[in-house]
Design a binder for this molecule. Structure first.
Ligand code: ASP
Length: 306
């Protein structure tokens, strides 16, 4: 039983965007489904899905990533392959089009798990990734506005980030992720992000950390979105994978792990999960989390905002 579910970030979708966000999610899941339907691997399916979302400027990954406090884009991405707990990730990578594909290269071509900063950028050049400017005009305008508000004191200090995101969940919207199980029963996860608005240079979120933003085991796979500083402390995707290993199915694991997060750090979060039997699950504590999924046997892809 193959299945795939993708998310477009936990947060709040602006009123004028839903239709475009839905179309973007659907197109992305179609790309992954194409791989799965033809007997391909979950690993390639989640990469294909995330590549489409990285190219869509509506989402905070690849082109359209949010800007750091200094006005740059530093992207994080990770891919996880369940059968043998393989993992590849990049952090703080600049000027490439598809960070998730670079993360996959880390997994396949190196003995490392995570490459960061200059080393990750040099590795991208070595792997033949071409220069690409991911900064869009719209993100630049948002950055100018938010930065001004921040400097004028309309925003609270960094330690109050949690409050900031509770008041403005739209800041979080846009990270992307996909998890899939293929017809061989193999599970994989992929997550890609520009991080959070106005982050300090060098800040790394949950996305590229194994078991935080991204994880896959023989029992299933999970990808999370929301405030990374919370997810890294909870290790939300690792806890989700453990729940699957203990026998919960994907929908119950999603509910259980979100409860755990709500009862501990209580930060903004969303998660998508697939289990090896072809069930998908999702949960979030933000107003929205656009997502789309397909399970073998369904007649069409289901897309929803929350
Ligand atoms: N989890 C991402 C981060 O903290 C942000 C997001 O999901 O929107 O980097």
């Amino acid at each position: 039983m193959y299945a795939i579910i993708a998310h477009g970030g936990a947060g709040k979708v602006r009123e004028k965007d839903p239709k475009e966000v839905e179309n973007g999610m659907k197109k992305a899941v179609e790309a992954g489904l194409e791989v799965l339907k033809n007997g391909g691997r979950a690993l390639d399916a989640v990469e294909a899905t995330v590549n489409v979302l990285e190219d869509d400027p509506l989402f905070n990954a690849g082109t359209g990533s949010v800007l750091t406090f200094d006005g740059e884009v530093e992207m994080d991405a990770a891919i996880a392959y369940g059968p043998n707990l393989d993992f590849g990730a990049v952090a703080g990578v600049k000027n490439i089009r598809h960070p998730i594909s670079l993360a996959k290269k880390v997994m396949e071509k190196t003995d490392h798990v995570l490459l960061a900063g200059n080393g990750a950028n040099d590795f991208a050049k070595l792997m033949g990734f071409e220069y690409h400017d991911p900064i869009t005009q719209k993100r630049k305008e948002q950055w100018e506005k938010y930065r001004k508000q921040f400097i004028n004191g309309d925003y609270k200090d960094w330690p109050k980030l949690r409050k900031l995101f509770q008041e403005h969940p739209e800041f979080l919207h846009g990270t992307v992720g996909a998890v899939a199980v293929d017809s061989h029963g193999e599970c994989a996860a992929a997550t890609s992000t520009g991080g959070v608005f106005l982050k300090l240079l060098g800040r790394v979120g949950d996305t590229p950390i194994p078991g935080a933003g991204t994880y896959a085991t023989p029992f299933g796979a999970a990808s999370s979105t929301g405030l990374g500083e919370g997810m890294m402390r909870v290790l939300i995707t690792k806890v989700a994978a453990d729940f699957l290993g203990m026998g919960l199915d994907a929908p119950h694991a999603a509910e259980a792990v979100l409860n755990y997060l709500n009862n501990t750090v209580g930060t903004e979060a969303g998660i998508i999960i697939v289990d090896r039997h072809g069930e998908v699950g999702m949960a979030h504590n933000t107003p929205d989390m656009p997502h789309a999924y397909f399970k073998e046997g369904m007649s069409e892809i289901k897309v929803a905002m929350r």
